[in-house]
Design a binder for this molecule. Structure first.
Ligand code: KMH
Ligand code: ZN
Length: 273
């Protein structure tokens, strides 16, 4: 089986220090969390950034400073900035990190409920995001919160509006208002992806490690991190993103799945070495 790529979603836009004091806001805190995840075995760091007070931002300058600081600490890590940002941001606001020419960026695949809010990703928005990623030579990670999101990504790729196969999908299951984090849903989605494409599973909240176990066994890849889950085990807050990554590494060891280095992850994902 292919080596396991672990992505650490170290921050997100929604969780705060009130939920877990280790949630990073400042540049130094983001670097600390990225380094802890990388050193534990993450090849990819999914980056959201905050102002020092915790307010989510898509500021190009804030992304530049944070991503350069992470790269200075761990030069070979793959950075995957968010173009999802936080609910309510405009498309132009959200697209700012693509101006920094990252290797990868998220591309969210449809409008959906997101807890009590609506996360807007219309087809025109997706076409604009796809165009930007084609122009800037960025490999999208297609974020699918629903079955229909996967169909949308496939449809837009077939029309050439977004980069086509091989594609990297992230099946984010368990967001309140979206598809549940069940193995049936995961298997359904995995069975729909084009040959040669790759996929990652992200389980929200207490489903994080259950979905990770399925993905490890099925040959997919895994995302964990504070964006998705704050607990190492029941009622035990994780002290760092590294603790969450380490738990996946231990699970993979038990199932005889080796962990991909960033170089190996680049080869698996078809990124430039
Ligand atoms: N914060 C969510 C509304 C992404 O990074 O592309 C969207 C999100 C997805 O986190
Ligand atoms: Zn995100």
């Amino acid at each position: 089986m292919e080596k396991l790529i672990i992505t650490a979603a170290i921050c997100g836009a929604e969780v705060t220090k009130e939920h877990n004091p280790a949630v990073p806001y400042t540049v130094e805190e983001l670097v600390r969390e990225a380094v802890s995840a990388y050193d534990a075995g993450a090849a990819i760091v999914h980056v959201h950034v905050r102002e020092d007070d915790g307010t989510p931002t898509q500021s190009k300058e804030r992304f530049r400073v944070c991503m350069e600081a992470i790269k200075a600490a761990r030069p070979d890590v793959i950075l995957l900035p968010s173009t999802g940002g936080a609910v309510g941001m405009t498309a132009e606001e959200r697209l700012q990190p693509t101006e920094l020419f990252p290797e990868m960026a998220t591309l969210d695949c449809g409008t959906c409920n997101f807890g009590d809010e609506v996360f807007e990703n219309t087809l025109p928005m997706m076409r604009d995001f796809g165009k930007r990623m084609i122009e800037n030579n960025i490999k999208p990670e297609y974020e699918c919160f629903e079955m229909g999101h996967l169909e949308t990504a496939l449809h837009l790729a077939a029309k050439g509006y977004v980069p086509g196969p091989p594609m990297q999908f992230n099946f984010v299951l368990g967001v309140p208002g979206c598809a549940a984090a069940t193995v049936e849903n995961l298997v359904w989605m995995v069975n729909r992806i084009p040959a040669g494409s790759t996929w990652t599973a992200t389980g929200i909240g207490r489903s994080e490690f259950i979905l990770a176990a399925h993905a490890i066994a099925m040959g997919g890849h895994v995302r964990v991190g504070f964006e998705d889950n704050l607990y190492l085990s029941r009622s035990v807050l994780a002290k760092s993103n590294g603790e969450l990554v380490n738990k996946v590494v231990q699970m993979a060891k038990l199932l005889n799945r080796e962990i991909a280095t960033p170089a190996e992850a680049r080869a698996i994902l078809g990124l430039n070495p």
